[in-house]
Ligand binder design. Structure first.
Ligand SMILES: Nc1ncnc2c1ncn2[C@@H]1O[C@H](COP(=O)(O)OP(=O)(O)OP(=O)(O)O)[C@@H](O)[C@H]1O
Ligand SMILES: [Mg+2]
Length: 362
């Protein structure tokens, strides 16, 4: 991994227990939103933090731009240890970090151009420099024609483009995106994710994406940390995490992003329509390609019909599964199954007459 730009070391963030002072005196339990996180985010990567609601994702990234301070442990951002820094010393660190939000947080009384100019005004840029920078940013995010419009006249996707332009205004090295696409429809989400990918590739900005949607991780993240109850429970290359999830929470996320495997209800319907042997085979970079699968079947004289499944990309590499109905004589189907197992992982669902319930390997 290249040089880390963000390093957490045993970082803890505790909030005092809810309730008034009297409750506190009776020691209402504190909430450990972040509970001992050690993590390096490399300069130049798109890093995903995924977890269900309350896992501590927002708190973790709020430690990065010092909107929160650690209770214990440390956070180092671009070489500066934030622990115990004064407000004055934190200001330049914050200036090197852009942030975008689920609800966009645009100023309603300002035009699109006015919103993007705002951080430049705060930073003391001259009028001429601001105008030039705003024009450049609006062109980059693809909404130059909306410069004079007010946020109320924009779609969600356009609002988030303004949010991104504003976050990039002062040339940050890091962009934090907290559920930046959660309020958007799937198509608009894909457009905004593609824009974040350009921000990363063309501007070299490190992007930290917080999400509860594995789809977001699948489409743009290089690496991912899975959070549960304030802790990082799984960490690694996005492709590796998708293809071999270790934790139950990760398996749930993966299943939600790749609807390539038939659910029990779908399997029942498949069995109703297809009397032959039904199997699900994994298709990815390391195990079988679909061509290999078809070759095995042809070699054994077995006819395979694809009845369900899909192949998609995870971190820009092929991944998915195909569910096939195998027909042929019993011995041939048996040999074909053994042949498939030699090239990839296989889940045998049996036949309508003799169903098999095998634990899926994912
Ligand atoms: N300012 C605060 N005061 C007290 N408790 C807080 C505060 N901020 C967060 N928490 C608590 O810390 C835990 C983690 O919250 P956090 O917002 O980081 O989760 P999250 O993973 O971002 O969730 P979501 O997906 O719902 O945004 C929760 O139990 C939350 O109630
Ligand atoms: Mg959150």
């Amino acid at each position: 991994m290249s040089q880390p730009i963000i390093s957490f070391r045993d970082a803890v963030k505790e909030f005092p227990g809810r309730g008034g002072r009297r409750r506190a005196r009776r020691s209402a339990p504190a909430v450990r939103a972040v509970d001992g996180v050690t993590l390096d985010i490399a300069a130049g990567e798109i890093f995903g933090v995924i977890g269900y609601s309350g896992a501590g994702k927002s708190t973790l990234v709020r430690l990065v731009n010092a909107l929160e301070t650690t209770t214990a442990g440390s956070v180092v951002v671009d070489g500066t240890d934030l622990t115990g820094l004064s407000e004055a010393r934190l200001r330049p660190v914050r200036a090197g970090i852009g942030m975008i939000f689920q609800q966009f947080n645009l100023l309603r009384s300002r035009t699109v151009a006015g919103n993007v100019a705002y951080p430049l005004e705060v930073a003391g840029w001259s009028r001429t420099d601001r105008d030039a920078r705003v024009a450049e940013l609006l062109a980059f995010v693809g909404i130059a024609d909306k410069a004079a419009a007010y946020p109320s006249a924009l779609s969600g996707g356009q609002k988030q483009r303004v949010g991104i332009a504003r976050a990039l205004a002062t040339n940050p090295k890091i962009l934090l995106a907290d559920e930046a696409t959660s309020a958007l429809d799937p198509e608009t989400t894909a457009d905004v994710l593609a824009l974040l990918q350009r921000v990363n590739r063309e501007l070299g900005i490190t992007v930290v994406v917080i999400t509860h949607e594995m789809e977001v991780v699948r489409s743009i993240c290089h690496r991912v940390a899975v959070m549960e109850r304030g802790r990082v429970v799984e960490l690694g290359d996005a492709y590796r995490v998708f293809s071999a999830p270790q934790q139950p929470v990760t398996r749930r996320f993966v299943a939600s992003a790749l609807r390539d495997q038939p659910s029990p209800a779908v399997l029942d319907r498949l069995r109703g329509r297809h009397p032959g042997r039904i199997v699900t085979v994994r298709v990815d970079e390391v195990s079988g390609s679909s061509a290999q699968v078809m070759e095995v079947l042809a070699d054994r004289g077995v006819h395979g019909t694809i009845v369900y499944g899909g192949i998609t990309e995870v971190a820009e590499r092929p991944y998915g599964s195909l569910t096939l109905e195998l027909s042929g004589d019993d011995a041939a189907v048996h040999a074909a199954l053994a042949g498939l197992r030699a090239v990839t992982s296989v889940v045998d669902h049996g036949t309508a007459a003799l169903p098999v319930t095998e634990g899926s390997d994912r």
